[in-house]
Ligand binder design. Sequence first.
Ligand code: HEM
Length: 514
Amino acid sequence: METWFIIVVTLCISFFLKSIFDIIISSNSKSKKKLPPGPYTWPVIGTFLWARRGIIDVERILVDLKAKYGPMITLNMGTRTTIFVSSHSLAYQALVQKGSVFSDRESVDSNNETRVINSAPYGSTWRLLRRNLTSEMLHPSRIKSYSKARAWVLDILLKQLRGKQDDSVKLVDHFQYAMFCLLVLMCFGDKLDEPQIKKIENMLVKFLLGLRRFKVLAIFPRLGKLIFGKLWKEFYELGQEQEKTYLPLIEARIKAKEQKTEHGELEDEFVTCYVDTLLNLEWPDEKRKLNHREIVGLCIEFLTAATDTTSTALQWIMANLVKNPTIQDKLYQEIASVVGEKKSESTEEVVKEEDLQKMPYLKAVILEGLRRHPPGHILFPHKVTEEVELNGYVIPKNVTINFMLADMALDPNVWEDPLEFKPERFLVEGSDKESFDITGSREIKMMPFGAGRRICPGYALAMLHLEYFVANLIWHFQWNPVEGYGVDLSEKQEFTVVMKNPLRARICPRVNTL
Ligand code: HEM
């Protein structure tokens, strides 16, 4: 009896909220145009049901719904209306041609305490933080200044792999650790020891894995604290732990810089790190520098955005090379021909960064990996700055728009044999050159890094990391499947979409006699 009562009351509240919500949406809309079509979802109940589903689940449902409703679908997810776009040309119109309108984000924090690039609304805070990252950290000259750091990390990775040549090695753990070594150095400017890096890695992985559960706290921020007290406590404690770890690193950096400046010139080794750039930054409206908590938030964003995405992509690419020995062999031949040419000049047998430009097939392998297995399947949610029309439908200011990038990358109208791993598709016909515009500025065929004003600012760095590590992993080892344990390309949603059964491979050091 009690349960029935609760269900009936919930349905009534749901229905009431839905009606109110529909009225608000339609009265806010200035034009007579309609929202894109979509199935009916109950408010409140719908919110919880959708929040419990993973992205892969939602994606599957949407791919089915596409046949009925077309490339733009509206889902009423309880208190929020969400539009999903799965067409390349509509994504291009929205993100590139109408980029100034489609580049807003949902404000996740009403107190405006968390100021990070990804969740900043399209405006001055976003512009300041994004410009700082792109011009101070991701400028080609700064990226180049970290080449010694990349060589240091490559050495760590190769040593780890040489020492663990049994079949049971979970390779992604090594890829992830390597990315953390590199990005922690770029962030805090100090080579930390293994236990410190592992601590940061574990903390961040715990946070990322918890994100799906923590999502519910953001749906009803005030109520969430009361209803999900235990979850809130876990979230809060994790935040405290991160602050406790990062604050001393920031303070150590300030001290180290002061001491070096006191003793004259900063050393060659002293490459500007992300924390240095943030310490120099000032909020123009408030005329004050960033406080240390704000810097911690931006460091967490930097590490989150750059480590998990890249190690996930690296694992998918290596998995496809293990599965396709002919492709692996062709890639090895390309690397051998470039390194072979330089053999007389160099005694070290690593693939150097400057050699990568001469390897179009390598780039094609990386692009095919990102097409077939983009680490994120749906872009971070966008919003519009004002009501706008797209494809004859209205997009009101307060709805969320999701772009389904994985679905676009598998569209058989754009990609021949979309499920096949075929790097050749990225080589220009009749030549061995690769020329694909990953930014989508001329046309969008796939967009693993997004497109338009919110495009991933780290795409060039990510491509360099992938090319450098894949080239060296193939140059130093032959990668074979483990007997009785095939390469399984099933997916699983974590922070990114990862391999459900992580890659295991038999790796044999190569004797590179050129
Ligand atoms: C394979 C590696 C990577 C992939 C696949 C990837 C993908 C993406 C995607 C899909 C977005 C959302 C774009 C949008 O909303 O329209 C994004 C945003 C972002 N990425 Fe990446 N990313 C990668 C590596 C990196 C790296 C190395 C960095 C930094 C060093 C970085 C920093 C960011 C930031 C700060 C944003 C937010 C941009 C904004 O809202 O303006 N990412 N990334």
